[in-house]
Write a protein that binds this ligand. Structure first.
Ligand code: SF4
Length: 478
């Protein structure tokens, strides 16, 4: 997938990491740094690492910015310790501010640092309850609510505290906490957001995606199960099924778009799943008059190759992407816009001239970028432009930690595929069916969330959720 700033697509939610590795005591912050570096696509607004020696105090460093902007050698050296947790954030609940950067640090009854990916749907209610109990908050993020519930819980062990708190939380929470002597990871009973377990020598690590293990030489073991609590300490690992939910609901959009193609989820390497999406799309929606398949890079790469494989059509690179586009903040003036500003993509006329193209991408949200690409390819001499999308039309917002546009902003909202095609100015448009998605990921619909495509929200009471700023009003800053 592309970095979200480079496209109009939904914003990723957050990435989390935790490691218990006393043998690597001077390196834990570096392990966290590189793991977060691999998870950067999941959040670009802030980054943070907390570290501790077993039995010692927790040190936390978090700032707005990318991982390599926030940390340098000196800062990582200061984060000495034997275990660490880390976080990259795109704001889902709470606006983008330093106070909302993670890991969250609390020391009510027990000291802990917490990194959370997800979105609580009962955040306002829990926040009110905790304030009535006299707890104060420094942030407007729902992650601090989870931290406060666990840090103030009277249970003797942190595992018991987490298990009881999990019964109070509703929504998506793939979470890692570090106390004075252990790292504990837990996932909501629907398993909405990913979380996996890896082994580093004789020790263990947890991360949002397995690509974080590859970069630090750890081995992917398995996904943390929905409702499972995994505790990592001196004696190794203990695990318990802390909560059962009515159904599993893993985010199907992770397979399509969010997660890195080199990550493994539910046992499937995403690059291979995305290739299958393209193959099935070619079967479901061939483009008989086309003579060349191209991708919208990088988001459409795997599916375009799959489409070409299945259709027997040649495949080439015809759109060159500016990989540094997220770094420019200069707004183009009217004159530049008029000339069809090629900020993100530049077409190669030698490849597209006179050709009938199949152009593959993984999703369309508002449609502005796709419309520009279609026009750009026509200007470069393409004879026909057939858009093929390796996911169904996006028509509904996400209530589980992903910042999508509102329904009204989505081009597919209230429009037929033919109407969308006309809006985009292409010769034909087709989307992969929902059945095609599940065939490609080798998963069952009843164990996934696909609400942004179907409007069928798997958790009760989430249809009219307030959205990411739900906590902004009730918070009284400490
Ligand atoms: S609504 Fe879409 S993005 Fe949100 S959790 Fe469900 S499938 Fe994922």
């Amino acid at each position: 997938m592309s970095a979200p700033d480079e496209r109009e697509g939904p914003r990723d939610e957050c990435g989390v990491f935790g490691v218990y590795a006393p043998e690597a005591q001077h390196e834990v912050a570096k392990l966290a740094y590189y793991a977060l570096y691999a998870l950067q696509h999941r959040g670009q607004e802030s980054a943070g690492i907390a570290s501790a020696h077993v039995g010692g105090h927790i040190m936390t460093l978090r700032e707005l910015g990318l991982v390599n902007q926030v940390f340098d050698e000196q800062k990582l050296r200061a984060l000495d310790g034997e275990m660490a947790v880390g976080h990259v954030r795109y704001s889902t609940t709470g606006s983008n501010a330093w106070e909302n950067a993670q890991p969250v640090h609390r020391s009510d009854r027990r000291e802990l640092a917490l990194a959370h990916n997800g979105n609580l749907i009962n955040a306002v209610e829990l926040h009110t309850k905790l304030r009535e109990q006299g707890l104060s908050f420094r942030s407007t993020s729902d992650s601090e609510i989870i931290a406060a519930l666990i840090a103030s819980h009277p249970a003797e062990t942190v595992e018991d505290a987490v298990a009881e708190v999990m019964h109070e939380l509703q929504g998506a929470y793939s979470t890692v906490i570090m106390t004075k002597d252990r790292v504990v990871a837990f996932r909501d009973p629907a398993g909405l957001r990913p979380l996996c377990l890896g082994r580093l020598g004789d020790r263990y690590a947890v991360a949002s995606e397995s690509c974080a293990f590859d970069i630090i030489g750890a081995e992917y073991l398995r996904d943390v199960q929905p409702g499972e609590l995994v505790s990592i300490g001196e004696k190794g690992i203990t695990t318990r099924q802390a909560v059962e939910g009515p159904r599993e609901a893993f985010c199907v959009f992770e397979h399509i778009y969010f997660a890195r193609p080199d990550s493994i989820m539910n046992g499937q390497r995403l690059q291979a799943s995305r290739g299958r999406m393209g193959e099935i799309l070619a079967r479901e929606a061939p483009a008989p008059s086309a003579d060349l398949v191209i991708a919208v890079p990088d988001s459409g790469n795997a599916a375009a190759r799959g489409f070409a494989r299945a259709s027997g059509l040649p495949h080439d690179d015809a759109l060159i992407k500016n990989r540094y586009v997220a770094r420019t903040f200069i707004q183009p003036g009217q004159e530049l816009r008029k000339h069809g500003l090629r900020l993100k993509f530049n077409p190669l006329p030698e490849i597209v001239e006179g050709r009938s193209l199949v152009v593959v991408d993984d999703s369309i949200v508002r449609g502005n970028t796709t419309r520009q690409i279609v026009q750009m390819l026509r200007d470069a001499g393409a004879r026909e432009v057939h858009m093929r999308i390796s996911a169904p039309p996006l028509r509904h917002p996400c209530h589980y930690g992903v910042d999508m546009s509102t329904s009204e902003e989505m081009i597919a909202h209230g429009r037929t595929v033919e109407q969308i095609s006309a809006e985009l100015g292409c010769d034909s448009l087709a989307y992969l069916s929902l059945e095609g998605v599940y065939e490609a990921i080798r998963g069952e619909r009843g164990r996934h969330c696909d609400a942004c495509f179907t409007g069928d929200y798997p958790l009760a009471g989430t249809d009219g959720h307030e959205g990411k700023y739900a906590l902004e009003l009730p918070v009284v800053r400490a």
